[in-house]
Design a protein around this ligand. Structure first.
Ligand code: F6P
Length: 324
């Protein structure tokens, strides 16, 4: 029987992670469980950085970005030796199950750990990338999308004033969800994403025709890993083909991960946190809590990690049609 649960945040932080930690803590306490926060993700699990959380420990955090229990990318946990040390902490702290909040890497580590040591693990998807299969949304994606859109709006003012082509580099690791949807929301001329290549043609098609139709400026969103060299490399391609255009490059970087979570992300995190605790109480293990058509679902961690989530074809079409 599960009496004590551990909760951690791992990998890139995402707005709404705090709301998820709050939900797990309070839902756990409501179920009569002890909740232990593990600091710095898997690194803290290895190092034994554990603290029992009360309801007060998670007070006043629902609106805060980042994660109050910190996050880390822990290479040591990739190795069996590191996971063995983590298991020693689990035994010492009498932790019966883990709720891990993060993305792909977090779930991969959690799944390996669960298989090796027979500890039930539940994943809560927290990443701005929205790249996990089995869930329509991940915690932090909505907030990040709004942040990027706001940045595009600001860049549009200066791009229009100076009649320039702006190349804006957007995060997303291997996925183009943030880039494509921010491009739609920001009314951008081009979105370059890993799922759809052919950079030169796309740029020529959108910028060339845009200029011909006397648009005086363009904003091109470039997903960070879609093109080698990122937005700066695309700027060079454009300048070579069109020396008459003046280009500027903006790398949004970690700005995209900060800020107060949107109402949507706070609600999503709260629902997922409560559902994760319920899943453990119901005897579930090694699943991710997802959301599909506004319903909470449980998806095997193996599928969430290994299956590829595709961008929506209609979104791609909308982007192409609306940018001309
Ligand atoms: O997974 C979230 C993310 O922000 C990705 O979009 C990005 O590629 C990566 O993390 C950056 O990681 P780091 O903060 O470790 O540089």
């Amino acid at each position: 029987m599960i009496k004590t649960i551990g909760v951690l945040t791992s990998g890139g932080d995402a707005p709404g992670m705090n709301a998820a930690v709050r939900a797990v803590t309070r839902a756990g306490i409501a179920q009569g469980l002890e909740v232990k926060a593990i600091y710095r993700g898997y690194k803290g699990l290895i190092d034994g950085e554990v603290k029992t959380f009360t309801s007060q420990d998670v007070s006043g955090i629902i609106q805060r970005g980042g994660t109050i229990i910190k996050s880390a990318r822990c290479m040591e946990f990739h190795e069996p030796e590191g996971r063995k040390k983590a298991y020693e902490t689990i035994q010492r702290e009498h932790i019966d199950a883990l709720i891990v909040i993060g993305g792909d890497g977090t779930f991969t580590g959690g799944r390996a750990f669960a298989q090796e040591f027979d500890v039930p693990v539940i994943g809560i998807p927290g990443t701005i990338d929205n790249d996990l299969w089995g869930t329509d949304a991940t915690i932090g994606y909505d907030t990040s999308l709004s942040t990027i859109t706001e940045c595009i709006d600001k860049l549009r003012d200066t791009a229009t004033s100076h009649e320039r082509v702006f190349l804006v580099e957007v995060m997303g690791r291997d996925a183009g969800f943030l880039t494509l949807n921010a491009a739609i929301a920001g009314g951008c001329e081009v979105a370059i994403i890993p799922e759809r290549a052919a950079v030169e043609e796309k740029v020529e098609e959108a910028i060339g025709s845009g200029r011909r139709k006397s648009k005086n400026s363009s904003i091109v969103l470039v997903q960070e890993h879609a093109v080698e060299g990122g937005a700066a490399a695309v700027a060079k391609i454009i300048e070579k083909a069109h020396p008459e255009y003046s280009t500027r490059v903006t790398v949004l970087g970690h700005l995209q991960r900060g800020g107060s979570p949107s109402a949507y992300d706070r609600i999503l995190a709260s629902r997922m946190g409560v559902a994760a605790v319920q899943a453990l109480v119901d005897g579930q293990r090694n699943v991710m809590v997802g959301i599909q058509n506004d319903d909470i679902v449980l998806v095997p961690l193996s599928k969430a990690i290994h299956q590829k989530k595709d961008i929506k074809e209609d979104s791609w079409q909308a982007m192409s049609v609306l940018s001309i």
